[in-house]
Design a binder for this molecule. Sequence first.
Ligand code: CAA
Length: 383
Amino acid sequence: MLFQTTPAHEELRAKIRQFAENEIKPIAFLLDQNNEFPDEAIRHLGEMGLMGIPYPVEYGGAGLDALSYAIAVEELARVDGGAGVILSAHVSLGSWPIFAFGSEEQKKKYLVPLARGEKIGAFGLTEPNAGSDAGGTETTAVLKGDYYLLNGGKIFITNAPKADTYVVFAVTTPDIGTRGISAFIVEKGWEGFSYGDHYDKMGIRSSATAELIFNNVKVPKENLLGKEGDGFKIAMATLDGGRIGIAAQALGIAQGAFEHALAHAKERVQFGKPIAFQQAISFKIADMATKLRCARFLIYSAAELKEHHEPYGMESAMAKQYASDIALEVTNDALQIFGGSGYLKGMEVERAYRDAKITTIYEGTNEIQRVVIASHLIGKPPK
Ligand code: CAA
């Protein structure tokens, strides 16, 4: 393993940075203020071939590697945390399970338009009683001839209601725990499928997040993903990859805040010299840069393991847990360096501070990441 980027990765970074600086940064404040999804920018990202970065060209993707994808999320989040998670939820959660577990027909019908950016994807796992305990899923899917009848609901679903395609988890065999859960591809607009609250969030406000409500939705039998009972494993495997995306999002948010704070510290003069030359601030800057570098290595190494089909579940949990923990620390320090002016609406560090918090919560809280890491190291407790 190299755990380093190539010139091609850095070219891609420059391309996405230019896009993010030109098309997202100028509107980021208003998107945040108005809780508004960047429809136009996301459409353009699709036209640039960046909504399907890690998927093969034959399925409409860009045929690039997992590290390229992490870099793309990082660069979008560097200017807007919400934009980072839109791409992450679309690629890792809405598209990957179809790529990894879908039939050829499912890939042609659903993955191709997702990877081309013609459609947006989402992932419906979380429920009111199944958050960290994802196996507590209560939504049901009952087979009735050639379709399943889907009933229940999902909460906190990123990209809803903008998404066209949802990978949804439901119980097909009750009372046998996680082995009774199955995964389905559900389309927006099907009878009985509606949306509840569009949440008014603390941060990542440019990303859409809503409830999914299923009331006797007829899901064609051919939309079962994998086999009946495979759902929980599909969800867990999907989250292994998704956590690289959230780690990259956290890194991007922290990197953006760091750059603003560094520039400010070099300009702001107090006690006769730029505050960057005061040891209290220079040590903060040194610590922030070190944490960013550690996070970047963890994320890029997890992406590289995934790319080489090596086990990476523990490494992606480590990357997500560490990058999001330090994103909170780095954005907090960045705001501190700005002092009172950083506390004002309209300041990038204020938005980054709010955007960073969610990365310690979603795609598995950081407490759950530690459960995952420990289970890889220690194994399961004796029964
Ligand atoms: N890959 C494949 N299979 C896996 C797996 C993995 N990574 N992890 C577990 N499994 C399998 C186990 O081998 C086991 O299989 P058997 O039935 O054959 O024994 C089965 O799944 C059950 O495993 P566990 O007993 O470990 O399951 P558990 O009920 O104890 O739960 C958990 C484990 C790690 C806590 C899990 O519930 C979990 O990850 N919770 C967090 C949920 C989460 O991350 N939600 C995020 C929602 S999406 C989101 O947030 C997106 C967004 O907004 C952007």
